[in-house]
Design a protein around this ligand. Structure first.
Ligand code: NAI
Length: 222
């Protein structure tokens, strides 16, 4: 299955905003709102309507004159663009605090991400079942990645083990890594990596608060 999309040439901040649009559209759809215009979407996200139109125009002409966008249709289009219209199988490596917190999160599945395997290196944890997931030894990783079509590996191990885990995931065949460990992973352009770092965000926030700056530090308007 090929996962190469058309999005590679699109500016990163635009791609980031697509997820925000999608989240807002999902909420509107849940509330039964069938259409939305760029001003409403922009107001909800702190963006101008021109920015919304510009972002969406990268991908096609989704608007209807006098109506705006059809909510469900635009959700479908954005999912296609982001590649989340088909399910993504993911594996968690590290069944500790972070790994355990992610496992029961049902919203992942609703958004097209399914945790289909969990791995750990600790003999005390291996073989136990957490939130319905049996924890497997690292030795099972290559075979399970292939068998279960795992495209995404989630690294939730301490920093000193993260690179080895990333290497094992890449050797196993994953295409993307979501990295929670506070370390830069060296992947030599073999796969895509997105890092999540709450501490970094907290430091940014502390910096902003200590300078008395208000407003959003998010890169939404780039
Ligand atoms: P934890 O110690 O509770 O769990 C780590 C798990 O990984 C353990 O079950 C351990 O047996 C397993 N493990 C260790 N080395 C391994 C290896 N080489 N292969 C397979 N499994 C291995 O740790 P916690 O609290 O869940 O944190 C996980 C990572 O997330 C750490 O790197 C931590 O610094 C980071 N973290 C990141 C945050 C963020 O905002 N990104 C916030 C908090 C923690």
């Amino acid at each position: 299955m090929s996962r190469s999309g058309d999005s590679a040439r699109i500016p990163k901040p635009t791609v980031k905003r697509l997820s925000l649009y999608l989240r807002e559209l999902d909420t509107l759809e849940d509330h039964g709102q069938q259409t939305v215009n760029s001003k409403q979407l922009g107001d909800a996200l702190g963006l101008t309507d021109a920015q919304v139109r510009k972002d969406l125009a990268f991908f096609g002409d989704f608007g209807h004159p006098g109506i705006g966008y059809k909510t469900t249709k635009l959700i479908g289009e954005l999912r296609k663009i982001l590649g989340t219209d088909k399910p993504w199988n993911a594996a968690i490596v590290g069944a500790g605090n972070i790994g355990r917190a992610l496992m029961p999160y049902a919203r992942f599945r609703r958004k097209g991400f399914e945790i289909v395997a969990v791995f750990d290196s600790d003999a005390k944890v291996i073989g136990t079942t957490i939130s319905g997931h049996k924890v497997r030894p690292m030795g099972d990783l290559p075979a399970l990645v292939r068998e279960r079509n795992i495209y995404i590996g989630i690294v939730a191990v301490p920093a000193d083990g993260a690179q080895a885990v990333a290497d094992a995931l890449i050797a196993g065949g994953v295409k993307g890594i979501l990295n929670f460990a506070p370390v830069r992973l060296d992947v030599h352009d073999r796969v895509s990596v997105v890092s999540v770092d709450f501490l970094l965000s907290l430091e940014q926030l502390a910096f902003q608060v200590s300078l008395g700056l208000t407003g959003s530090l998010d890169e939404r308007e780039e």
